[in-house]
Ligand binder design. Structure first.
Ligand SMILES: Cc1cc2nc3c(=O)[nH]c(=O)nc-3n(C[C@H](O)[C@H](O)[C@H](O)COP(=O)(O)OP(=O)(O)OC[C@H]3O[C@@H](n4cnc5c(N)ncnc54)[C@H](O)[C@@H]3O)c2cc1C
Length: 249
């Protein structure tokens, strides 16, 4: 069955911007931050506007480690293994992904259909026929392995070698804010592959709703830098291209 992307923000550090504010201020305060800054924030002596002004100034400097104190957990479904393989390359995050050893039992596979293929009737028919055939092959191999004495899990484990990259997967992923910003810089960019870009854009919108100051420049790298670091061949043209000093006339 064809599946579509669904992303939910499962959990996040409460008062993320206050936590990061306290961490930043401790770097520059001689006293203990709990006795000064945190109490002042709780009492309202430091307003959210003052906190956000401070955060905006300090976040543009590249002093990013205080952002590691807050995290965001996403529940994701309706992505392909093509997408999840790219996602898990982001090492500074934690993942719990549905196991194919335990969960793929059906003859009819759940899969993602690339929109480009969906738009061409003949291509879509070929794709869907292949998914049907892959599902049947997988189910037949499981049957043969089980009747030869293999346990259910080890039958799935070996039969899954024939599963296509298109098969749908579900996972839970947790990023801290610094790692998340790096993920958005790379994966919200027009250069990123369409499926992971759609996922990144959805995640980006969810966290912007929760922590607008923290994620004010979240998105492709050009969003914060104002310039594009791609070559002219690959740039989407939204921002001017970066010119190395030796390239200027
Ligand atoms: C458009 C695009 C095309 C890509 N094409 C390919 C491809 O063809 N083949 C391929 O294999 N991958 C490809 N990738 C994946 C890419 O190389 C990264 O593995 C992936 O984007 C994860 O990024 P990251 O390392 O910044 O993230 P994370 O692993 O989350 O790391 C975050 C940051 O921590 C630091 N860091 C983490 N680990 C180390 C380390 N061991 N040493 C030093 N610093 C570290 C780095 O600053 C890094 O940016 C592509 C990515 C993009 C966006």
């Amino acid at each position: 069955m064809k599946k579509t992307l669904r992303v939910e923000l499962l959990s996040h550090t409460p008062d993320a911007e206050d936590v990061i504010f306290a961490a930043f201020r401790q770097c520059y305060a001689s006293g203990f931050v709990m006795d000064t800054i945190v109490n002042q924030r709780r009492a309202g002596t430091i307003t959210p506007e003052e906190r956000d002004r401070f955060l905006q100034d300090v976040l543009r400097t590249g002093h990013e480690s205080p952002m590691e104190h807050v995290s965001f957990t996403f529940a994701i479904e309706g992505i392909s293994r093509v997408c999840s393989h790219q996602l898990v390359r982001h090492r500074l995050a934690s993942y719990s992904q549905q196991s194919q050893r335990y969960c793929v039992e059906e003859k009819e596979l759940d899969y993602v259909l690339p929109p480009s293929i969906g738009r061409i009737e003949e291509a879509k028919e070929i794709y869907e026929a292949f998914m049907k055939h892959a599902g049947e092959t997988y189910a037949r191999l499981r049957e043969l392995l089980q009747s030869s004495g293999c346990h259910r899990e080890s039958s799935n484990e070996d039969a899954r070698f024939v599963l296509p990259n298109a098969v749908e997967t579900k996972l839970v992923a947790t990023f801290n804010a610094r790692s998340l910003l790096n993920f958005f810089q790379l994966r919200c960019c027009a250069r990123a592959q369409w499926e992971i870009r759609a996922l990144a854009n959805r995640m980006c919108q969810l966290v912007k709703n929760i922590s607008p100051t923290l994620f004010q420049w979240a998105g492709p790298k050009c969003e914060k830098m104002g310039i594009c670091f791609e070559s002219s061949k690959f740039s989407c043209g939204r921002k001017p291209l970066y010119q190395r000093p030796d390239e200027n006339g």
